[in-house]
Design a protein around this ligand. Structure first.
Ligand SMILES: Cc1cc2nc3c(=O)[nH]c(=O)nc-3n(C[C@H](O)[C@H](O)[C@H](O)COP(=O)(O)OP(=O)(O)OC[C@H]3O[C@@H](n4cnc5c(N)ncnc54)[C@H](O)[C@@H]3O)c2cc1C
Length: 294
């Protein structure tokens, strides 16, 4: 048996309909390939790839775009991590967490190929881009044989490497609602060796919308501490409506740590992960507060 992922046929559809037709025709034996940085390095027997014989390359579908229109920013699923990291719209203001997460993802070489859609659809518990997109409450648009449908990001992640998409669907677009200028967001990541290609031991994103030092809404998303990236709702509700102070931020960070469900693995123990959630959430909330001008 080869040490590398083997497949029979590589398809390069020229439009979305063709891509959906191929995926529908080959069912469970076909998978989308975008940048290929997750799917190609997989080894046989690992991560359920043994049934895949057809790869459907979506790079010709025109899914690499980023535009602001009306009340939303529209981001194609094929947008690379480097494009997100360099986009002026994310460099300052309410979307800073996206820029932070893109810069913390892997190396520049990988980021030139890796796409935001691949990061979400791979559904790793430690996917970096998932966290800012969770606190930004984005809507994901998928296309399949029945047409297009919207999926709120909170109901997208179903388990490790498992999402709400059906096999024959393609993630097409990520719709980011425009935020108030009083919103600040932040992303932080702890790695074991602090090298660029190390995946997160813990990663977090936070958002705060503040007025006169009072929090109107708060978002806290946690990664690498449960089977899926998720929002720490109890901690968020402690902040909503509260006057922001060192004390309340520390309490919310400790509550978020209580909501984590970490495991022991090669990167860390569960006990260390839980402690680090409290530290990273506190620091990220402080960053978010600074960024919303408080
Ligand atoms: C050395 C190295 C370092 C890495 N470091 C990081 C890191 O720091 N942080 C991090 O989060 N990740 C990291 N990764 C993982 C990977 O780079 C990212 O998850 C990346 O964003 C995946 O995007 P891709 O376009 O390459 O996905 P692909 O490998 O092309 O696809 C991944 C999965 O998503 C599916 N898919 C892709 N696009 C779509 C779509 N539009 N619709 C439906 N299904 C789709 C594919 O079928 C496949 O199952 C690293 C990988 C490597 C090899």
């Amino acid at each position: 048996m080869s040490a590398y992922f083997q497949f029979e046929e590589y398809h390069r559809p020229q439009d979305l309909d063709q891509a959906v037709d191929i995926l529908s025709k080959f069912g469970n034996s076909a998978r989308v390939i975008a940048g290929g940085t997750d799917i190609l390095p997989r080894r046989p027997g690992v991560k359920k790839i043994d049934t895949i014989n057809h790869l459907v390359d979506i790079s010709k579908l025109g899914l690499d775009y980023l535009k602001k229109e009306g009340d939303h920013i529209f981001m194609g699923a094929g947008t690379t991590i480097n494009i997100i990291g360099a986009a002026p719209i994310f460099l300052s203001g309410p979307y800073g967490a996206l820029s932070d997460a893109a810069s913390a993802h892997s190396t520049s070489t990988i980021r030139n190929r890796a796409t935001v859609g691949g990061n979400l659809c791979n559904a790793s518990p430690c996917a970096d881009l998932a966290l800012p997109l969770l606190v930004l409450d984005v809507i994901l648009m998928a296309a399949g044989p029945e047409g297009k449908r919207d999926i709120p990001i909170e109901s997208f992640f179903k388990g490790v490497n498992y999402t709400a998409l059906n096999n024959e669907e393609v993630l097409v677009e990520i719709r980011i609602p425009l935020c108030s200028e009083k919103t600040g967001t932040s992303f932080l990541k702890l790695r074991r060796h602090q090298t660029a290609i190390d995946m997160a031991v813990v990663n977090v994103a936070t958002s705060l919308t503040c007025k006169e030092n009072r929090c109107e809404t708060a978002g806290i998303a946690l990664g690498s501490v449960a089977p899926v990236p998720f929002r720490a709702k109890k901690a968020e509700s402690m902040l909503a409506g509260a006057k922001l102070s060192k004390g309340i931020i520390e309490k919310a960070a400790a509550t978020a740590a209580g909501e984590a469900r970490p495991i022991d693995d090669v990167r860390s123990t569960s006990a260390y992960r839980r402690k680090m959630v409290a530290v990273l959430v506190r620091r990220s909330l402080e960053n978010s507060m600074r960024r919303c001008g408080q």
